[in-house]
Write a protein that binds this ligand. Structure first.
Ligand SMILES: C[S@@+](CC[C@H](N)C(=O)[O-])C[C@H]1O[C@@H](n2cnc3c(N)ncnc32)[C@H](O)[C@@H]1O
Length: 322
């Protein structure tokens, strides 16, 4: 039996018996005008953070959601797409597909705009998606990829890359951890399946995305998630786990490397009314410009005393350089 079988069993159980405490969601359940999330979907919210952002969902996008859970985020995506088959949902656990199917029927009774056939549920594996090449505008996963070990993570990201259209985006939320975890924790299949011991440091997580070819990365949020303490887990030290929300955009890879936005900004405060680095970045006096880490490093290398570069806030919400 591999850790993937254990994961399968954990989520089969979680499909048959909703488990409110299974994953520690770090977001409040949000609703919008006319959008009601059924209680059963809230109880089966097995994610952290959110992958649904209105700004990704303009121009009638085709959405793919991998690892459906109770279906809450597919309902939220459907709120924006509102068309038959507008959101494809893929899950490898048959019982989870069946549970979410039932939940969509409940959602129909509470949301007059929603029809179950807005969601096209497909049985399939994140490692071999039953989805055509270059057919998806927005692909999403929440709290699944952190479970995968390195080779499977690479495969899962390659699959998302394959199905996305050029400039399409992969939107994700996953736990991350900056401390190293010992092998006992790492190889504990159940803890991994529960999203507690597979998480990577942010830089490694981002590298896994850029290695596959995503040219632009946005880190949109970073929040506290969980503690593994020596009393309850096989660790000598307290381990702090966070969660992040990330978008990886299938932009061509720039010749000088990926644009990774971690929430930095540059502010010009010199004597002129602007500063132009002649590489496409114009800093208007006293106006913060969101910059990727690559641009931040290039501006810092100029060693000017009239440009301030902020630290990463890990809260990037669009705009700026590149
Ligand atoms: C932690 S839950 C997250 C569920 C949902 N994304 C949410 O936020 O509530 C992981 C989900 O991925 C599914 N899953 C596990 N392994 C998978 C795989 N290899 N391919 C597709 N789905 C998988 C599970 O059945 C479960 O629905």
């Amino acid at each position: 039996m591999s850790y993937l079988d254990t994961t399968h069993d954990v989520y089969k159980d979680a499909a048959l018996t909703p488990d409110v405490g299974l994953c520690c969601t770090t977001n409040p359940i949000w609703e919008l005008p006319g959008l009601k999330i059924p209680k059963i979907m809230q109880e089966m919210n097995y994610g952290c953070g959110s992958t649904v952002n209105a700004r990704d969902l303009t121009n009638n996008p085709k959405v793919l959601y991998v690892g459906v859970g109770g279906g809450m985020e597919l309902l939220q995506f459907s709120y924006f797409s509102r068309q038959k088959g507008g959101v494809i949902g893929v899950d490898v656990v048959k019982e989870m597909i069946e549970a979410s199917e039932k939940n969509f029927k409940v959602a129909e009774t509470q949301n007059e705009w929603f029809k179950s056939d807005f969601v096209d549920l497909r049985f399939g594996d994140a490692l071999n998606l039953p989805v055509e090449d270059n057919s998806i505008d927005v692909a999403a996963q929440n709290c699944l990829f952190n479970i995968f070990k390195a080779d499977d993570l690479k495969k899962a990201i390659e699959e998302m890359y394959r199905v996305l259209k050029p400039h399409g985006r992969l939107v994700m939320s996953d736990p991350t951890c900056e401390q190293s975890m010992n092998d006992t924790l790492r190889n504990d299949e159940r803890l991994r399946a529960l999203c507690l011991s597979g998480s990577l440091p942010i830089a490694e997580y981002v590298e896994a995305l850029t290695d596959v070819g995503f040219g632009t990365i946005e880190i949109r949020a970073r929040k506290p998630y969980r503690i593994l303490d020596p009393k309850n887990y096989a660790t000598d030290e307290l381990i702090y786990i966070e969660s992040i929300e990330v978008a990886a955009i299938k932009d061509p890879m720039p010749a000088d490397g990926p644009c990774i936005f971690t929430g930095k900004a540059a502010i010009y405060y010199g004597d002129g009314n602007h500063f132009d680095d002649k590489k496409g970045h114009v800093l208007v006096k006293n106006q913060p410009l969101a910059i990727c880490d690559k641009t931040a490093n290039a501006l810092a290398d100029l060693k000017r005393d009239d440009i301030f570069i902020s630290e990463s806030t890990y809260h990037y919400d669009g705009g700026g350089c590149c």
